[in-house]
Design a protein around this ligand. Sequence first.
Ligand code: NAD
Length: 486
Amino acid sequence: MVADKILNFINGEFVATDKWFDNRNPISNAVIGQVAEAGKREVDAAVAAAQAALKGPWGKMPLARRVELLEALVGEINNRFDEFLEAECADTGKPQSLAAHIDIPRGAANFKVFADMVKNVPSEFFEMATPDGKSCINYGYRSPVGVIGVICPWNLPLLLMTWKVGPALACGNTVVVKPSEETPRTAALLGEVMNKVGIPKGVYNVVHGFGPNSAGEFLTTHPQVNAITFTGETRTGEIINKAAAIGSRPVSLEMGGKNAAIVFADCDFDAAIEGTLRSAFVNCGQVCLGTERVYVERPLFEKFVAAMKAGAEKLKIGVPDDPYTGMGPLISKEHQNKVLSYFAIAKEEGATIVTGGGVPAMPAELQDGCWVQPTIWTGLPETARVIKEEIFGPCCHIAPFDTEDEVLAKANDNIYGLATAIWTKDISRAHRMAQQMEVGIAWVNSWFLRDLRTPFGGAKQSGIGREGGVHSLEFYTELKNVCIKL
Ligand code: NAD
């Protein structure tokens, strides 16, 4: 059952406060729970617990035992798979078929991947001759950074939270997590799992609330938080970056995107359509790596647009537990209003609406939900706002191109640089394009294939730093050189 009171998790205990905010289900916008908002007092308590745990059993625990505990977390999340699934779908309205395939299993897998990584990662070693004719040896030793503040978004709540908590704990840190105010449930549920498997008190803490003048700001400005990792909008990332500058604390920022797909006429047409439909519409377009700009080589343009239209119109919009649902609602009324405002802007800017552009007709009990239609536009100039700005909804603009140089210039002409998907059978061109795209991730003939050992992050205003595999060590550990004169 989805609990209707969602509490903070501090020092191994669930903690209520005297300030509550509503938790809504986006399929109907109904209030389905109350969340205890953490104030300064609770954030202070969570940070103090996390600092104490570093000096307690967690800080003294051998790596092998830490790894065992992380592996036990995976088992226990899987034991309670249905509860996590229900909680995630209640908060987000996303199809269960999607959350059962991506959010929950990959949310659990993040603990395993980073447990394996810390078990196996080597350290560097150098020997050097010294002026006295002897020598010294140097080796790299990695210590935890300390208390990590983890600020999370709402689009893949458990998955993107454990993507940070997994490596943080694997490296011996402790965390204070601030889930999105829209999606507090799975972070709270994970607290129960932490207690069940025996993770020491204070290692994992959760404070609920908003950004400014609430838990988010209190956490990121807290002087005892040693580093901050954030996923969310670029605007918010900039504020957090400023907060982290006080005390010169490291940040890892995973931020917005306006990703381009580039489709060459020699591509595998069916694969390109399937991949582009998924990248535009999965999770109702609320994936940072999703495609909102599609460039198609001119000879294929008309056929591609027609197939995308057919695919979008086939998507069944519906509730999470309907196995035929292909697309759920947006996360909130506020976000629905934002996306619909971009639908209006596209019209004003003179777009041809290939499909969608509005709110779908839904049964009476779902009328107040945060629904929008999957939407495709053509015909806009590159300067149009819907081509330049991140919308974060189920929509894309499709434009024709004639040459590689032209499409490269257009695709790179954006403040963001998160991801791209390039569709072609010409292997040289694929490499050429991938290398010249100003992004953190370039997919060729695929989209959203993620090997968690590989670097993940954004170029330009899409992010600072890389996480994933050994790259996470750069952020979650302090690398010390130990020099020994022999
Ligand atoms: P958001 O920036 O609105 O919120 C993210 C988190 O920051 C929330 O927990 C929020 O409460 C908190 N926050 C807001 N203001 C704050 C402040 N002043 N101080 C501290 N915390 C604050 O983002 P969102 O709407 O939850 O998520 C959608 C955005 O996330 C999109 O821009 C998307 O592209 C981006 N995103 C990026 C990645 C990536 O890996 N690059 C992944 C997923 C989502």
